[in-house]
Design a protein around this ligand. Structure first.
Ligand code: IMP
Ligand code: MG
Length: 175
């Protein structure tokens, strides 16, 4: 199956570099903790952090609200160790949630509320993509790569039924 291109490899590369530069500037002399949401954010996270010029800590959390092409409307999985560990990792720290795409906003909002309980010094959201048309929960995205139309997108970490994560561009599934 040929996946049509929405955002090319080079367009993504340039944007990710820009985001990294902006974060490096905003967090100069700080050491933020990046919390990536698995699985979708792993490639974005890897490219983002390699373009930073500051020190960072990295952690991942598994969380999802998706079934096929439709949001299930509730969080299906949440595994991150115990909330006690959370506190140890995040208390008093500058935290940045890193997500692949914000769609309804449910997943990120859920995680942000969980993380806030660990009393971070600050909490921001960085997402490669946003689908504003689908948003249910209003959410501030502090660092955004691209807004995309209401299509199901894949590649660069994002999947459809477990496939296409390895594409080096972002494409979309034809209806
Ligand atoms: P939300 O909770 O509806 O914002 O959904 C967020 C999660 O659903 C994202 O982190 C993705 O993992 C997944 N998702 C939403 N839209 C897409 C898409 O178009 N392609 C692939 N995954 C998606
Ligand atoms: Mg995700």
């Amino acid at each position: 199956m040929k996946i049509p291109v929405l955002l090319s490899k080079s367009v993504i590369k340039i944007r990710v570099k820009k985001l990294a530069r902006q974060i490096s500037r905003d967090y100069r002399n700080k050491k933020p903790v990046f919390i990536g949401i698995l699985n979708g954010s792993f490639i974005f996270m890897a490219d983002l952090i390699r373009n930073l010029s500051i020190l960072v800590e990295i952690n991942f959390i598994r969380l999802s609200s998706y079934k096929g092409k439709q949001s299930s409307g509730k969080i299906l999985g949440f595994s991150c160790g115990r909330e006690k560990d959370f506190k140890r990792i995040l208390q008093g720290k500058d935290v940045i949630i890193v997500d692949d795409i914000i769609d309804t906003g449910l997943t990120t909002d859920f995680l942000a509320r969980k993380l806030k309980k660990a009393s971070p010094k600050s909490l921001k959201v960085c997402a490669l993509l946003s689908k504003p048309e689908k948003r249910i929960i209003p959410l501030k995205i502090d660092y955004l790569g691209f807004s995309v139309p209401n299509k199901f997108v894949v590649g660069y970490g994002l999947d459809y039924k477990g496939n296409y994560r390895q594409l080096n561009y972002i494409g979309y599934i034809r209806k």
